[in-house]
Design a protein around this ligand. Structure first.
Ligand code: ADP
Ligand code: MG
Length: 704
């Protein structure tokens, strides 16, 4: 029947991006409304609602061979069922199949469900195996009771799982995609915008790839899919990553069309600061400053990311370009992620700008009442030329006189949308400020170009001369006492040290507890030293008080969790111990280690690992021992752990893909970028439809 309907509706050769979902049988105005909310308008859209994972229900697994984490179909008999009254009432059903037994656990159940589980009843169920308190168990399995002698089959192929939002069940998706697939089989078409000349990954015809992912053939194993290796997956993943890349680039082009102040006057302020500096700029600093000033001279807003390793001298770059804007009559806002960092910037900027008679103003959350009102007035009437602060700078009541440039430090953690919102807030009428984002997290270029394709990129790839690199040693916990002695002697010589505790536990409470315990033990061992503690559970003010005391030299040894502030500058701290470094990513270790080696004395970092180390962990710590080059470390991190880990969940979480997975598919990125260039150059008519197909309405969140 369905066939006939489809044939009636679709002549071979027609395009599915022109067929509304209401052409699918059973989709009336009400379901269509729901689908529209998900951005699904056409039959093509239904087909691109692809399964995001699969279940293997193609065979029955003997209980004796299940492992935790497996999703399995089990065919067994009920031994007994009982209701357990504990913290949470639950129904426990013990089942066995001759090879072993396990427990089914239900928290929600009805009386008739319970009475169905009689001893000896035959049950077929599916679910994920977990390790329970006494035996393996499955929580809330799907199940049905079977009559004896009946042999129901298993699924022939992998079961697709769809994102089921807004009251649309799996069943509905199966049904919808079934009907849409009929159109494909009848010869309706999905437009091919790409071919093998764009990339060798584009080989399988689109329709074939789509059909295969919705209804995998029987011989296809779950493992192949999970590795992302199937040509059908590669075909579609590639196209999705490409669409994503094109969309970000388009967004960037659109930003560039907005109006901004062209800033190009040079009234010698920069020269005057340069003349006063006790050092020469590095070549890399000069090059990056030139990039920035060229951007600012345009009547369209700059959106530039400056990457520079810890200590590469980003702050002076910021100060010089700020002077450029100030000298042309504009205000500059400098934003840091924490008050402590903002205060540090304040100190630097004051030291550089005040001799040039440029008023620098500090706006903090703690400025309240009249103090705040007065500051707001100075920002609004233009008395304040450079304003330093945290997010507080962009609160409702802050109005700038003529903001030309926003500098955001260490905030690569911002997403695309936040970056744009920030810029809007600083706008004068419809004229936007330029934006400069500075980050110390070196990200390999291919990855940066995916995560930050909406930004232009400059890299400070050279450190100022005369730095002594931090010497790193890798030491087992069994030599902990030795290390404690090392802390003692460093502090005796007037140096300071960090002791960083890591814990896998998600919970900050547990982390804090562990750090507290470590601090207590260290204080016991090092009675003559001042030991203090910072962790994420402390109030911001308490944390800052401790950091300030450490900076002032009142504390010898600072014990902390990994919350320890990025960018905190205590040049006298020359020793860092990192416990269980094998638990952290290389980028994070590099950031932590960057807290030492900021003075003229040689600094040391001790990576105090827990034996035995796995092969990968050993390899990673080796990288840390061998180099202090953040970019090299980032490249290794990418090789060893993949892009999801390197970017962190914040960034990857923001990029929502249908089937691509940055961790699994990261190796395609370089090729995707080349393909994007080609498409933009040779087949620009494909850009819009590809974005529409894969991103559709979601693109609007780009918020131009
Ligand atoms: P980061 O890039 O980590 O923010 P900073 O801007 O804090 O680095 O710079 C680190 C230190 O290096 C500061 O004390 C700064 O004054 C100094 N510095 C910056 N540029 C140079 C240079 N070209 N030569 C020598 N020292 C420099
Ligand atoms: Mg800095």
């Amino acid at each position: 029947m369905v066939h006939k309907d489809a044939r009636a509706a679709c002549d071979s050769g027609q395009m599915l991006d022109a067929k509304p979902v209401t052409m699918l049988r059973g989709v009336g105005p009400r379901s269509a409304g729901k689908l529209h909310q998900l951005g699904i308008q056409t039959i093509q859209d239904v087909l691109f609602h692809l399964p995001y994972r699969y279940q293997d229900r193609t065979r029955i697994t003997p209980i004796g061979s299940v492992r935790p984490g497996d999703h399995v179909v089990i065919d067994a008999h009920v031994d007994h069922a009982q209701i357990r009254f504990g913290r949470r009432r639950s129904l426990l059903v013990q089942v066995s199949d001759g090879s072993g037994s396990l427990l089914l656990r239900y928290f929600h159940f009805t009386g008739s469900q319970k009475s169905g589980f009689v001893r000896g009843a035959r049950i077929r169920c599916f679910g994920e195996v977990r390790r329970g308190p006494a035996s393996f168990e499955i929580v809330h399995p799907e199940y049905r009771l079977l009559d004896e002698g009946v042999e129901p089959g298993v699924e022939e192929s992998l079961t697709p799982i769809y994102h089921s939002t807004e009251g649309l069940q799996q069943k509905t998706w199966i049904d919808l995609t079934n009907k849409a697939l009929v159109f494909l089989r009848q010869g309706c078409l999905l437009r091919e915008w790409l071919d093998a000349s764009v990339s060798p990954k584009i080989r399988m015809p689109l329709a074939e790839a789509v059909a295969l992912l919705h209804r995998p053939p029987p011989d296809l194993s779950l493992a192949v899919f999970e590795q992302g290796e199937h040509p059908a997956q590669q075909r579609l993943v590639f196209e999705e990553l490409l669409a994503h890349q094109l969309s970000l680039r388009k967004l960037r082009e659109q930003h560039k069309q907005q109006p901004a102040f062209a800033i190009s006057r040079d009234d010698g302020l920069e020269r005057r600061l340069l003349d006063r500096l006790p050092f020469e700029l590095t070549g890399a600093q000069r090059r990056v400053i030139a990039d920035i000033e060229k951007d600012m001279s345009q009547p369209n807003p700059m959106q530039r990311l400056v990457q520079g390793d810890v200590g590469s001298g980003k702050t002076i770059v910021a100060a010089l370009v700020a002077l450029h804007a100030i000298g042309s009559g504009f205000q500059v806002a400098v934003m840091a992620p924490t008050e402590l960092l903002a205060e540090q910037h304040l100190k630097n900027f004051r030291q550089w700008l005040e001799p040039l008679e440029i008023p620098v103003l500090w706006l903090a959350g703690r400025h309240k009442g009249r103090a705040r009102a007065k500051r707001l007035e100075q920002i609004a009437d233009g008395t304040a030329r450079l304003i330093v602060g945290t997010h507080a700078l962009f609160q409702e009541d802050v109005a700038f006189d003529k903001l030309g440039l926003i500098i955001v430090d260490e905030q690569h953690r911002f997403g695309v949308h936040q970056r744009l919102a920030l810029r809007r807030k600083g706008a004068s009428g419809n004229i936007l400020p330029h934006q400069l984002i500075m980050t110390a997290t070196p990200i390999p270029r291919t990855l940066a170009m995916t995560a930050y394709a909406d930004l232009d990129l400059s890299v400070i790839d050279e450190l100022p001369p005369g730095r002594t690199p931090v010497r790193t040693v890798v030491v087992s916990q069994s030599r902990r006492d030795e290390i404690i002695e090392r802390v003692r002697s460093a502090c005796r010589e007037g140096r300071q040290a960090y002791w960083v505790c890591t814990l896998i536990e998600e919970s900050e409470a547990l982390q804090a507890q562990a750090a507290e315990e470590t601090a207590r033990l260290l204080q016991e061992n090092l009675q003559e030293l001042g030991v203090a503690l910072v962790h994420g559970r402390m109030k911001a003010q308490e944390k800052e008080a401790v950091m300030a005391a450490f900076k002032a030299g009142e504390i010898d040894l600072l014990v902390s969790t990994t919350v320890i502030e990025v960018g905190v500058d205590v040049p006298n701290a020359s020793l860092m111990i990192i416990e269980n470094p094998e638990r952290l990513g290389l980028a994070q270790l590099h950031q932590l280690r960057g807290r030492v080696g900021r003075g003229s004395i040689e600094s040391h970092c001790v990576l105090l690992y827990h034996a035995p180390l796995g092969q990968q962990a050993r390899q990673r710590l080796e990288v840390m021992r061998e180099t202090t080059d953040g970019f090299l470390i980032a490249r290794k991190d990418l090789e060893i752990r993949g892009p999801g880990e390197v970017l962190g969940t914040r960034q990857t979480g923001e990029m929502q893909f249908r089937i691509a997975d940055l961790v699994r598919d990261g190796r395609l990125l370089a090729e995707v970028q080349r393909a994007a260039e080609k498409v933009l150059r040779d087949r620009s008519q494909a850009v819009e439809p590809l974005i529409q197909r894969w991103i559709g309405e979601r693109e609007q969140y780009g918020g131009v």
